[in-house]
Design a protein. Structure first.
Lengths: 164, 450
C-alpha cells in the first residue's frame, strides 16, 4: 500500500505547486492516486498518506469520509455508477438501474460474488443531455439502453477473462 | 442564427489542439492584452462589456475583479470553478472537452489582469478524463511561450494547475471550493471576509466560472463596448445553455440573449421541439436550484408578454410567476412527467449534498426528502403538503451558504405551481405509483403551443 516510485514522484510534483507549509492542499489529489493504485482507501493507506503529507491521520479520515468518490471499502473491478437525478430519471434511469441489478443479481450498493461488478446510484454527473448515463471508471457511458448495458457487461467480462 | 462568440470554431477539425486553435486566431487576445493593455485597462474593458458571472449568480465580472485586495507583498490567486454539479448543467464540460485552449487563453488574460502567478482550475472529480485534455492544452501553451516565466517579455509569470475534486456538489460554492483546494472538507466559510480579501490560503482570490473566463477572450478581441452591444439590456454577450429532458435535440447551445423561450424550445436550431410529439408541461430554465415554471408561465410572463432567454426576462414576475437564468441548465418536462417525482429526486439530491454545518439546511433537506418520498409513493397526507411548505420556508435565508435556498426554491415553486398534483398523489395513493400514467390529466390545463 506504499506508493510506487512513479506515484511518489507525482506526489512531489503536486506538493511543489503550493506554498511552503501548505502541502495539505495535495490531500485530494494524493487520495485519488492512492485509490487509483489500491482500488479503495483502507485505514492503513490513509495513515500512509497522512505521514507522507505530514498530517494527522484524522485530517485524512475527515476528508476521505466527506467526498463520495473515495471508496472506504473494496469495490468490484468494474463500478457502474448510474445517475438517478431528475433529468436522468425522466429519461428512464430507474429502468436502467433495475435492469443492471437484475442482470447482475445485486442491489445498488452491492458487489457481485465474483468481485467483478459493483452497482451504485449517484447524483447528477453533468451529462444530463446524454441521459440515461453512468460512470464506469474514468469514463462516462451515455445514452444507455438495455442493449448497450448488455454489451458493456459482456465487454467487461471479456476483458476480465483476458487479464486473468 | 444568432451570434456565436465561444462555440463559433468548435467544429473545426483539431481545434482541441494548439496548431489548429492558433491558426484560427487563437491566442490573439493574450497577445493583445499582455502587449498593449495594462491589468487596470483589462478590468475596465471587462466592466464595459457588461459580462456577468456564468456560474449561476450573474454578478458583474469586472466589478468582482475590481474588489480584489492588493496588500503589499501578498500573492493573489485566480481560481477557475469547473465543479459544475448543478443538475441540468453540462456546458462547462463541453467547453473544456472541445475548446480547452479557449479556457486557457481566458485564464492567462484574467490571471494577468488580477496579478495571479499561480492559477488553479478546480474540476469536479467525476470529469476524470478532462484534466488530461486541459493539461495537454496547458503544456502546449507553455511550449509556445503563452505560459511560464516572463510571458511575451512582459515580466509576467504564470502557471496553471488542474486539481480534481472528489464528488461533492457543495464544492461549487466558492468558499467550499477554496476549503477543498486547501485539502479540507468542503464546508462553506462564513462571509465576510470575502475571498477577494481572504481566499485561498488567506490570500486575495477571485473565483470565476469556466464560461465566464472563456468569455473574457471575445471581450478582449472585440472590445468591451462591442461585446456589450450583443444581447439585450444587462444581459450582454452570449450564454451557453445546456438543454436536457424531453426534447428532440438535447445538447449545449450558444445563444445571444435576445431569442424567446418558445424559439429556443421549438426551433430546429436549438431544442427542436418536445420529443415524441408530446406537449410541453413545465421547465426548469436555469439549473435545478431555480423555480420550475408551468408551460404557460414559461413562454409568456404573467403580464402576457413574450418571455426571452435572458437574466431579466426569465426572472420577470419574481418567484411568484418567474424563475431565473441561473447556470443555463435548461430542463424540459413533457406532459407525461410527474412534477412530484421530479421534485423528489431534486430534494434527495440536496439532502445528499448538504454539508451539514447549519441545522436548517441539514435537517430541512432531510425532512423535505422524507416528506416528498412519502407523497410520491402514496403515503402522504394533505397536511404533509403544508408541512413541506413550512419546512422549505424555514430554510430560506437562515443558512451560511446559498445551498439551503437552492434546496428550498425548487420545492416551493413545485408546490406553488403544481399543488393540485401533490393533492392528487395524496388522494390517489395507488395510482400515483404507476409511472407515466395519466399524469397529464390532473395538472393545470396546458396551453397548447402550435
Ligand atoms: C451550492 C452552490 C453550488 C455552486 N456550484 C457552482 C458550480 O458548480 N460552478 C460554478 O461556476 N459556480 C457554482 N456556484 C457559484 C459560485 O459560488 C460562484 O458564485 C461562482 O463560481 C462565481 O463565478 P462567476 O461569477 O464567474 O459566475 C455554486 C454556488 C452554490 C451556492
Ligand atoms: S446551507 Fe447547507 S450546504 Fe451551505 S453551509 Fe449550511 S449546511 Fe452547508
Ligand atoms: S441528471 Fe443525470 S447526469 Fe445530470
Amino acid at each position: 500500500m506504499e506508493f510506487t516510485v512513479e506515484r511518489l514522484q507525482k506526489v512531489k510534483e503536486i506538493v511543489a505547486r503550493y506554498p511552503d507549509g501548505k502541502q495539505k492542499s495535495a490531500l485530494l489529489p494524493v487520495l485519488h492516486l492512492m485509490q487509483e493504485q489500491e482500488g479503495w482507501l483502507s485505514v492503513e493507506s490513509m495513515d500512509y498518506v497522512a505521514s507522507l503529507l505530514s498530517l494527522e491521520p484524522i485530517e485524512v479520515y475527515e476528508v476521505a469520509t466527506f467526498y463520495t468518490m473515495y471508496n472506504l471499502k473494496p469495490v468490484g473491478k468494474y463500478m457502474f455508477e448510474v445517475c438517478r437525478t431528475g433529468p436522468c430519471m425522466i429519461n428512464g434511469s430507474d429502468e436502467i438501474i433495475a435492469y443492471i441489478g437484475d442482470k447482475l443479481g445485486i442491489q445498488p450498493g452491492e458487489t457481485t460474488a465474483d468481485g467483478l461488478f459493483t452497482l451504485k446510484t449517484v447524483e447528477c454527473l453533468g451529462a444530463c443531455g446524454y441521459a440515461p448515463m453512468m460512470q464506469m471508471g474514468k469514463h462516462y457511458k451515455e445514452h444507455l439502453t438495455k442493449e448497450k448495458v448488455d454489451a458493456i457487461i459482456e465487454e467487461c467480462r471479456r476483458n476480465a477473462a483476458m487479464n486473468n | 442564427m444568432g451570434v456565436k462568440l465561444l462555440l463559433d470554431k468548435v467544429h473545426i477539425e483539431g481545434i482541441r489542439y494548439y496548431d489548429a486553435y492558433r491558426k484560427n486566431g487563437g491566442y490573439a487576445a493574450v497577445e493583445k492584452a499582455l502587449k498593449t493593455m495594462s491589468p487596470e485597462l483589462i478590468v475596465d474593458e471587462v466592466k464595459k462589456s457588461g459580462l456577468r458571472g456564468r456560474g449561476g449568480a450573474g454578478f458583474p465580472t469586472g466589478l468582482k475583479w475590481s474588489f480584489i485586495a492588493k496588500p503589499e507583498g501578498v500573492p493573489r490567486h485566480l481560481v477557475c470553478n469547473a465543479d459544475e454539479s448543478e443538475p441540468g448543467t453540462f456546458k462547462d464540460r463541453y467547453l473544456m472537452e472541445f475548446l480547452p485552449h479557449l479556457l486557457i487563453e481566458g485564464l492567462i488574460i484574467s490571471s494577468f489582469a488580477l496579478g495571479s502567478n499561480v492559477t488553479f482550475i478546480y474540476i469536479r472529480g467525476e470529469y476524470a478524463w478532462i484534466p488530461e485534455i486541459l493539461e495537454q492544452a496547458i503544456a502546449e501553451a507553455k511550449a509556445n511561450g503563452w505560459l511560464g516565466k516572463n510571458i511575451l517579455g512582459t515580466g509576467f509569470d504564470c502557471e496553471i494547475y488542474v486539481q480534481r475534486g472528489a464528488g461533492a456538489y457543495i464544492c461549487g460554492e466558492e468558499t467550499a471550493l477554496l476549503e477543498s483546494l486547501e485539502g479540507k472538507r468542503g464546508n462553506p466559510r462564513i462571509k465576510p471576509p470575502f475571498p477577494a480579501v481572504k481566499g485561498l490560503w488567506d490570500r486575495p482570490t477571485v473565483v470565476n466560472n469556466v464560461e465566464t473566463l472563456a468569455a473574457v477572450v471575445p471581450v478582449i478581441n472585440m472590445g468591451g463596448e462591442a461585446y456589450a452591444k450583443i444581447g439585450v439590456g444587462r444581459s450582454t454577450g452570449t450564454k451557453l445553455i445546456s438543454a436536457c429532458g424531453n426534447i428532440n435535440k438535447p445538447g449545449v447551445y450558444e445563444i445571444d440573449m435576445t431569442i424567446s423561450v418558445e424559439e429556443f424550445i421549438y426551433s430546429e436550431t436549438y431544442c427542436g421541439g418536445i420529443a415524441k410529439g408530446k406537449r410541453l408541461k413545465a421547465c426548469i430554465p436555469g439549473g435545478s436550484s431555480v423555480p420550475i415554471l408551468p408551460a404557460n408561465l414559461l413562454l409568456k410572463t404573467a403580464k402576457g408578454e413574450t418571455r426571452y432567454m435572458n437574466y431579466e426576462s426569465l426572472s420577470d414576475g419574481g418567484f411568484a410567476t418567474g424563475s431565473m437564468l441561473g447556470s443555463g441548465g435548461f430542463i424540459v418536462l413533457d406532459e407525461d412527467q410527474c412534477v412530484v417525482r421530479h421534485t423528489y429526486t431534486l430534494a434527495r439530491f440536496y439532502r445528499h449534498e448538504s454539508c451539514g454545518q447549519c441545522s436548517p439546511c441539514r435537517e430541512g433537506t432531510l425532512w423535505m426528502d422524507k416528506i416528498l418520498k412519502n407523497i410520491e409513493t402514496g403515503k402522504g397526507k394533505k397536511k404533509d403538503i403544508d408541512l413541506l411548505w413550512d419546512v422549505q420556508r424555514r430554510i430560506e435565508g437562515n443558512t451560511i451558504c446559498p445551498l439551503g435556498d437552492a434546496a428550498a426554491w425548487p420545492v416551493a415553486a413545485a408546490i406553488r405551481h403544481f399543488r393540485d398534483e401533490f393533492e392528487w398523489h395524496v388522494d390517489h395513493p395507488d395510482e400515483c405509483l404507476k409511472r407515466n400514467f395519466g399524469l397529464a390529466h390532473y395538472a393545470d390545463p396546458i396551453e397548447v403551443v402550435t
